[in-house]
Design a protein around this ligand. Structure first.
Ligand code: SF4
Length: 374
C-alpha cells in the first residue's frame, strides 16, 4: 500500500512563522493544476504498481481549490493508479475558507478527512501569527464541518508561542477539546530564518520561549489529552481510538509515497525525489513533459537514521528487530552505553525488541534521537 501527496502552493496571506513553499499570487493556479495532472501521468509507474490507500492535499492552502479542480486531480489519480475502494482522502483547510457551501463542495469532491489549520483559539495569538482567521471563525469551521457530516476531523494547534504561559496553553487545549474532533496535531513553534519571526528574532523583537517552559507545555499537553481519552500515537499527534492519520502513519512506517506539486517530495524505497520549489519553473518543466525534480539515492546510513528518527516518535517505539533485519544494524549492541544511560534516567523503556520513549523521554526526544542515530 502506498500514498499520494499533492502540494497546493498558494495562500491568502503569509503567516509570520511559516517557511513552507507557497505564493500569495494565485494567477498561476489554473496552469499549476494542469501541470499536476501532467505530473500524475508522467509518474504513474513511480509506486511500482502498489495500491494507493491514502491521498493527502497539503500546502499551502488546498481549501483554495474549487470542487472541479479537486475532482480533476482525483479523477486523474484514479485513471493512472490502482486506488483502494475507500481511500482516506485528507484536505488541509483554513477556517476562513470553510463556509457551509465550501464544506459541501469538499464532501461532494470526495474529501473524507479534514485537517483544519486552527493553530490557536486565542485571538491575540492568531493576530500575532498573522493568520487570516479569528477564534470565532475557527470554532464555526469545526462546528459547520461536523454539522455537514465530516466524521474524521483533525485540528492543528501550535504551542511554545513566545510569552505563552502554561495557563494560556491550558485554556487553548480545553477549548480545542470541546469540539471532540477525532484527531489533534500539536506542534511546537520553531523560529525559521526566512520568516517574519526569524527577522524579528534577529532584530531582538522576539525571544523564543524558554526550552524548559516549552517542555512544561508538552507535559501539559500529554496529560490533558490523555485525560480526555486521546492516544498519543506519535509525539505530535493525538487521536481518539481508531482515528490515526493513515497517510502520516505510512510515512512513519517507511511506505512508498508519491509527492506531486512544487516542493513535494517522494520516496520509493530506495531514493527520494524533490520537486522544484518554484511555481513557474515547475509549470514550465511539465509543459515540456519533463519531471521537475532532483533525485537523492539514500545511503544505508540515511535509511537507518530515518528509521530510528521516525519510529522513536511512535507510540509503539523503535522496532529494533526490524531495524536489524532490514539494515543489519544492531542498535541494542551498537548503542548499548547510550541506551543504558537513558533507561537509567527513565527516559527510555527497553523492553523486548522495542525502544520506547517514556513520557519523560518525550520531553527530550530530539536529544535522545541524536544520540541514537549514526
Ligand atoms: S501556515 Fe499555512 S496558511 Fe499560513 S502561510 Fe504557511 S502554508 Fe499558508
Amino acid at each position: 500500500m502506498a500514498g499520494i501527496y499533492i502540494h497546493i502552493p498558494y495562500c491568502k496571506q503569509a503567516c509570520h512563522y511559516c517557511d513552507f513553499h507557497f505564493s500569495t499570487n494565485l494567477n498561476t493556479k489554473t496552469d499549476l493544476i494542469d501541470a499536476i495532472l501532467k505530473e500524475i501521468e508522467l509518474q504513474k509507474n513511480y509506486l511500482g504498481g502498489e495500491t494507493v490507500e491514502t491521498i493527502y492535499f497539503g500546502g499551502g492552502t488546498p481549501s483554495l481549490l474549487s470542487k472541479q479542480e479537486l475532482s480533476s486531480i482525483l479523477k486523474t489519480i484514479g485513471a493512472n493508479f490502482t486506488v483502494v475502494a475507500k481511500p482516506e482522502i485528507t484536505l488541509e483547510a483554513n477556517p476562513d475558507d470553510l463556509t457551509p457551501a465550501k464544506l459541501k463542495e469538499l464532501r461532494a469532491a470526495g474529501i473524507n478527512r479534514l485537517s483544519i489549520g486552527i493553530q490557536s483559539f486565542n485571538d491575540q495569538v492568531l493576530k500575532y501569527f498573522n493568520r487570516a482567521h479569528n477564534a470565532q471563525m475557527a470554532a464555526s469551521a469545526v462546528q459547520e464541518a461536523q454539522a455537514i457530516g465530516f466524521q474524521n476531523i483533525s485540528i492543528d494547534i501550535i504551542f511554545g508561542v513566545p510569552n505563552q504561559s502554561v495557563n494560556d496553553l491550558q485554556k487553548d487545549l480545553v477549548r480545542a477539546l470541546e469540539f471532540k474532533t477525532q484527531h489533534i496535531s500539536i506542534y511546537g513553534l520553531t523560529i525559521e530564518d526566512d520568516t517574519v519571526f526569524g527577522k524579528w528574532e534577529k532584530q531582538k523583537k522576539l525571544t523564543p520561549l524558554d526550552e524548559d517552559i516549552a517542555a512544561k507545555h508538552l507535559e501539559t499537553i500529554m496529560k490533558t489529552f490523555a485525560q480526555a481519552g486521546y492516544e498519543q500515537y506519535e509525539i505530535s499527534n493525538f487521536c481518539l481510538p481508531g482515528f490515526e492519520s493513515k497517510h502520516n502513519s505510512s510515512y512513519w512506517h517507511g511506505k512508498k509515497y508519491l509527492g506531486l506539486g512544487p516542493a513535494a517530495h517522494s520516496y520509493n524505497g530506495q531514493e527520494r525525489q524533490f520537486n522544484q520549489a518554484h511555481n513557474i519553473k515547475y509549470i514550465k518543466q511539465l509543459t515540456l513533459n519533463n519531471l521537475p525534480c532532483s533525485v537523492e539515492i539514500l545511503t544505508n546510513e540515511d535509511q537507518i537514521n530515518e528509521f530510528i528518527l521516525t519510529q522513536l516518535r511512535l507510540k509503539q517505539g523503535l522496532d529494533c528487530a526490524s531495524l536489524n533485519e532490514k539494515f543489519s544494524h544492531d542498535i541494542m549492541y551498537l548503542k548499548k552505553t547510550e541506551i543504558a544511560q537513558f533507561t537509567d534516567l527513565k527516559m527510555l523503556d527497553a523492553s523486548g525488541d522495542f525502544l520506547k520513549l517514556t513520557p519523560k523521554g518525550k520531553l527530550l526526544a530530539d536529544f535522545i534521537t541524536e544520540k541514537l542515530i549514526i
